[in-house]
Design a protein around this ligand. Structure first.
Ligand code: SF4
Ligand code: SF4
Length: 355
């Protein structure tokens, strides 16, 4: 069954997480933030429904499964929309999730294994139990492993731990600093060869699952081997972000991806862009890869720049209306002037002086 959706939303649901992975984008104090909600389940559902579009909502954080009312939220949203979820697969809410949620409404669950952080905790049992349960109930689960050099060296060990689940682990390109070197640029040839070997095997193992979806997962680690150990740059390339893809923060603020705020979904001030626009920032290269239009023609890009946002369209419409009204206004003025002249001539003994 292929997923059909009009708008994909990368929803940063919360900052809080029960893990403290060394490579996390967020600092520990942000991960330790007190749990906060900015709208009720019904308010979120109504806000998404009010868009009048079918959405694919990518829930990420922080750890989405610790969000208060996580299962109720997923149940409400999956009535009219689809979900995909990033999770460390540890919270007990996932058990109720498997009972209450229809797997056909879930595009994918990216279960991060986080080996070194997990070893600081009581083992892998919870992860394995939740992975088993989700897999058995037909949820599209994919297990990923952030491939820092030290973790990549232990890939076979992780594969062995996960063997009982029957699931293959996908190496995910590591972005960040490790032992004083910047990654992914600093992977050695041997590391890149290992990475490619594991990635290709994982791609083949997960291909049937994503054939069901009709597309690869938006967070497409399964093609990270093709990035040759580097992060692509999309500056200046035409992109559908803002029109077919947006980012959403915990308070309901909507962004094109990085910086352009497009309104707030909760107060109904969000309107998607009408046309693609060129990229002037950097976001998450998975979404960038999915939504850029590298072959867009120059003519189309010119039109995009002219009428990209509803605001700009409103301005253009206003100008058109004003310019349409000008001849009318002039005609009316001429008529008024004419009648004044006629009445003046008829009532005044002295005709008005010309010029
Ligand atoms: S599980 Fe994810 S969000 Fe939590 S600390 Fe690790 S990388 Fe960060
Ligand atoms: S390419 Fe990426 S960073 Fe650029 S506009 Fe698109 S989604 Fe945003």
């Amino acid at each position: 069954m292929a997923f059909r959706y009009d708008l994909e939303i990368d929803w940063h649901l919360l900052d809080t997480c029960n893990f403290r992975c060394g490579y996390c984008f967020f600092p520990p104090e942000r991960l330790a933030a007190k749990l906060a909600t900015f709208a009720s389940v019904d308010e979120w559902r109504d806000a998404f429904d009010a868009l009048g579009r079918t959405c694919l909502l990518h829930l990420t954080g922080g750890e989405p499964s610790i969000y208060p009312d996580f299962v109720a939220l997923c149940a409400a949203l999956t009535k009219n929309h689809y979900l995909s979820i990033n999770t460390n697969l540890t919270h007990p809410s996932l058990i109720e999730f498997t009972q209450a949620i229809d797997p056909s409404r879930i595009a994918f669950i990216n279960a991060g294994f986080h080996l070194e952080e997990r070893e600081r905790r009581p083992g892998h049992t919870t992860f394995l139990r939740h992975a088993d349960l989700l897999h058995a109930k037909g949820f599209p689960i994919i297990i990923s492993l952030v491939a820092t050099p030290s973790v990549l060296a232990r890939y076979e060990e992780v594969a062995e731990i996960l063997r009982p689940t029957g699931l293959v682990v996908v190496p995910k390109l590591f972005r960040g600093w490790f032992a004083g070197k910047r990654y992914p640029e600093s992977y050695t040839t041997v590391e890149l060869d290992r990475f490619t070997q594991f990635c290709v095997a994982a791609r083949s193992a997960y291909a049937p699952l994503f054939a069901r979806n009709g597309e690869w997962p938006s967070i497409d680690m399964l093609h990270d081997d093709e990035r040759n150990g580097s992060v692509p740059n999309f500056t200046g390339v035409s992109c559908e972000a803002g029109r077919r893809f947006v980012a959403l923060d915990p308070r309901g603020n909507v962004f094109r991806c990085g910086k352009d705020r497009l309104g707030n979904i909760l107060d109904r001030t969000f309107a998607p862009r009408l046309r693609p626009a060129s990229c002037d920032t950097s976001y998450c290269y998975y979404f960038c890869t999915k939504y850029t239009l590298p072959n867009r023609t120059r003519a189309a890009r010119t039109v995009d720049a002219l009428i990209g946002t509803p605001h700009r369209v409103a301005t253009i419409m206003q100008r058109v209306l004003l310019s349409d009204r000008l001849p009318l206004r002039n005609a009316r003025r001429r008529l008024t002037l004419g009648s004044w002249r006629m009445s003046s001539i008829s009532s005044s003994p002295t005709p008005p002086t010309r010029g």
